[in-house]
Structure formats: C-alpha cells, structure tokens
Ligand binder design. Structure first.
Ligand SMILES: Cc1cc2nc3c(=O)[nH]c(=O)nc-3n(C[C@H](O)[C@H](O)[C@H](O)COP(=O)(O)OP(=O)(O)OC[C@H]3O[C@@H](n4cnc5c(N)ncnc54)[C@H](O)[C@@H]3O)c2cc1C
Length: 417
C-alpha cells in the first residue's frame, strides 16, 4: 500500500478499516542468502538497501526482541553532518544526503526536521577548533556558520550568557542539521525491506554462529538453526557478545547512555543546542517535550538503564546553561547500551571469517548514520568491496594504528568520551 494524502483522506472517510499491516510476521525459512543479526535502525537499513540497490531479497533480519526496541528507539534523534576528520567527514555527509531524500524514498513520514544545530563554544581555543571544524564541513560540501556571542544571543535568547564559569563566546551553526522521528525511521526501513521481500523475524535471538573451515554457514537461534551464505552482525551495544560467538574480540566496549524528556511545553527551543563545556544537549520534540542528554554513565554495562549520579550531572549542566529549564517537569529518563569503539569511529568491514561481516562501534552517534550505515554495509555485503564513503572504517586500523580520531579529537583515549 502506498501512503499519500488522498489515502489518508479516503481511510478517514471510510472508518480507517483499509490499512494493511506495515510488515508481515513470517516464520523463519531453513536457509537464506543473507542473514542480518539485529533489527535496529542499521540492520533494517542494510536489509532495505540490499533489496533496493542490489536486488537481494532472500534476506532475513533476525531480532531478539521487537523491531526498534534497541538504541534506535532510545536515542535523542539528532541528525547532523558536522564531522571533521577525513573518513568520517565524507561518510556523514553521504548520510545527510540520504536523509534529505529518505521520506520520498521510503514513502514514509519520518518527520525529518532540518531545524539547525548550534554547538556552543566557551573559550578562544574552542572557537578556533570550531572554526576549523566549520571549514572542514564547508570543504566537504556541507554547511556551517560561525556565530559570535551576539549572533547566538539573537538566535538563542534563553541561554545564560552571563555565567562566570563557562561564558558563551559563540557557536557553530549547522543549518542542515536537526532531528528525525526515531521510531518512524525504524518503521519506514522495516516497511520498505518487507515490501521488497525481506523476512523480518522478531523474537528470534541468535545464540551461535556456525563456522566451518573459516567459512560462515549460518546461525543458531532461539527458533532453531538457519543456514546462510553471508551473515552480517549489526547489534550495536551487543556487538562484543555476538562477535564472541564467532571467536572474535572487538575493540569495542558497551556503556550506558541516558536521555531525558520533560512534559510537553509550548514551542520554546526551535533548534538543537549543545553545550560545549558541560556535555549537555537539548532539542524540543514535535510533541513539545524538551529532550536532552549528556555524558555516558562511565562504566561498562549491558543494563539498558542509567544511574542517578549521571542524571544529576546532566540536569546540573542544563540548569547552568539555561536556568529556565528548572521550571519544566521531567517526565521520563531511560538508557541505551552504546557500542563505544576505541577511537570513537565506527567499523563497517568484513571479518577474517569468510562470509561474516561486522557493522558497529557507533558510540553515542549512530542514529544520524542510519541511512549511510545501511547503504554502505549493504554495498559491502553485496559486492565484497567497501563503498566509497566508508573506505576507512576498517577493523584492521586497530592493529595497524591507522586510526580515525573521533569527532572531539580525543583519539584513542576513549575514557574521554
Ligand atoms: C540515550 C541515547 C541517545 C542517543 N542519541 C543519539 C543522537 O541524538 N544522535 C545520534 O546520531 N545517535 C544517538 N544515539 C546513538 C544511536 O542510537 C545508536 O548509535 C544507533 O541507534 C545504533 O544502531 P542500531 O539502531 O542498529 O542499534 P539498535 O537499535 O540497538 O539495534 C541493535 C539490535 O540488535 C538486537 N540484538 C542484539 N543481540 C542480538 C542477538 N543475539 N540476536 C538478535 N538480535 C540481537 C537488539 O535487540 C537491537 O534491536 C543515542 C543512543 C542512546 C542510547
């Protein structure tokens, strides 16, 4: 069923009885050409592009819970292309271009809103770093405007410009950045993959990976064994556990990242704002809730819930930056398990096992990568060659030392994330 304004009108007039289910609930087949482990944003996008770009439809996505129950449904929905380092810069730029055509491509309203992002800076040194970042973004073909303090004040009048500890010097404005509705992105990719014949199998946990003589043969699951010629691991926070099923040890640690939302308010924040000193960022959802977050909880964990000490830290940073937030009542907080790579950049690569591919290490920023991650991983799995936009996201960089430094140039000191 194609969605359109006319369809909505017609269904409204006829009691909304004609909507078809958005995807099927198939039983797993005994064998597929390709199995994707993980029905998050990246796994579903991979399946979608395998079918759409490469005509590969004998594909299954195996999800241990429900589609979108992982980080793709837990993130703070920020989409941006403001990376600085070669490798990341072109990759996130590619992703932004895919985002910009995604609603038409998927025939699905993912509520992509290019409302702009302002990254605030609070010292001369930080201003220089942001100027350099802005130049890299412009060189890459993306957009960036360096705002001084008055420029920021005009755009974001509600911030506390007089705070003595971290005064606001200005901000780097990225107009094409913004947000997208995370659940809708999941459902849009799921629907697109299902329509092209991909089997989306929920409540199907992969418990083992079958390998014979260095070649992948399939997987063991909570619903029985399934054979496959190729298997892609796309499980975000569970990357180390699933890769261990193939005997691999990854340069990835799992950490909890929390997010928070207030009660719905009238429109007050019309961009995304990040606090360069306090590690706090905020936007307002289309329902009116102020959605915000901050740092990792700071220790490895597989529990998708956070702790009060980090909640206090994030809220304190919010109060410092915009004291008005103290009047809003917080409704909910939650946590997700993020797959932190040792250099802060992702991995999209083949493994040393024939037919086994790995996609992960998205850290706290993989939502914005969803379309490009799926697009590039599908290209790799279909052709066995890396996509031009993802040539540097290789596993062997951790042994050769040719690393991609992370977006904050914190390098391999992942404890600085
Ligand atoms: C609080 C929070 C805020 C964030 N904010 C942002 C943001 O604003 N912008 C941004 O770009 N990024 C953000 N991120 C990061 C982003 O959400 C993730 O990097 C991205 O969603 C990870 O990819 P995914 O969607 O495929 O992961 P997931 O949705 O976690 O998908 C992985 C799936 O694999 C499944 N799985 C695991 N093990 C198995 C198994 N053995 N068998 C079968 N299935 C399995 C899981 O159940 C899960 O559904 C945030 C993350 C969190 C937690």
């Amino acid at each position: 069923m194609r969605y359109s304004g006319l369809q909505v009108l017609w269904q409204g007039l006829t009691g909304n009885k004609g909507w078809a289910p958005v995807w099927r609930e198939p039983e797993p087949k005994p064998e597929y050409d390709i199995i994707i482990i993980g029905g998050g944003g990246h796994g579903l996008a991979t399946a979608y592009y395998l079918a759409r770009e490469h005509g590969l439809t004998n594909v299954a996505v195996l999800e241990k819970g429900y589609l979108g129950g992982g980080n793709v449904g837990r993130n703070t929905t920020i989409v941006r292309a403001n990376y600085v380092l070669p490798g990341n810069s072109e990759f996130y730029s590619h992703s932004m271009k895919l985002w910009e055509g995604l609603e038409a491509d998927l025939n699905y309203n993912i509520m992509h809103s290019q409302r702009g992002i302002v990254n605030l800076f609070h010292s001369d040194g930080q201003r220089d770093a942001y100027a350099r970042r802005g130049n890299a973004m412009i060189n890459q073909g993306d957009d960036a405007i360096l705002l001084d303090r008055e420029g920021c004040r005009k755009m974001l009048p509600y911030l506390d410009y007089e705070q003595t500890r971290f005064p606001i010097y200005g901000g780097l404005y990225h107009p094409r950045g913004g947000t997208a509705r995370h659940d809708a992105v999941t459902w849009g990719f799921a629907r697109g993959a299902d329509q092209r014949g991909v089997d989306l199998i929920q409540n199907c946990e992969v418990t083992g990976i079958d390998i014979e003589n260095g070649v992948v043969r399939g997987v063991q699951t909570s619903r029985g064994a399934i054979r496959a010629k190729k298997v892609g691991i796309v499980v975000a926070g569970r990357s180390s556990q699933v890769a261990a099923m193939a005997g691999m040890r990854l340069p990835v640690e799992s950490h909890v990242l929390q997010a928070f939302v207030t009660e719905g308010l009238k429109p007050v924040i019309d961009t995304v704002v990040t606090y360069g000193m306090g590690h706090f960022y905020i936007s307002q959802s289309d329902k009116g809730g102020l959605v915000f977050g901050g740092d990792l909880d700071g220790y490895s964990s597989y529990a998708a819930r956070g702790n009060l000490s980090m909640a206090e830290h994030v809220i304190e940073a919010g109060m410092t930056l915009m004291p008005m937030i103290g009047k809003a009542r917080m409704l909910r907080s939650w946590g997700g398990i993020v797959d932190m790579s040792a250099d802060g950049s992702p991995i999209i690569d083949k493994t040393h096992i024939d037919g086994l591919y790995f996609n992960g290490g998205w850290c706290y920023g993989g939502f914005k990568a969803t379309p490009a991650s799926g697009h590039c991983f599908a290209h790799l799995m279909a052709t066995d060659r890396p996509h031009n936009a993802a040539t540097r996201h290789r596993l062997d960089r951790f042994t050769t030392g040719r690393r991609l430094l992370d977006e904050e140039a914190a390098g391999s000191q992942h404890n600085l994330h």
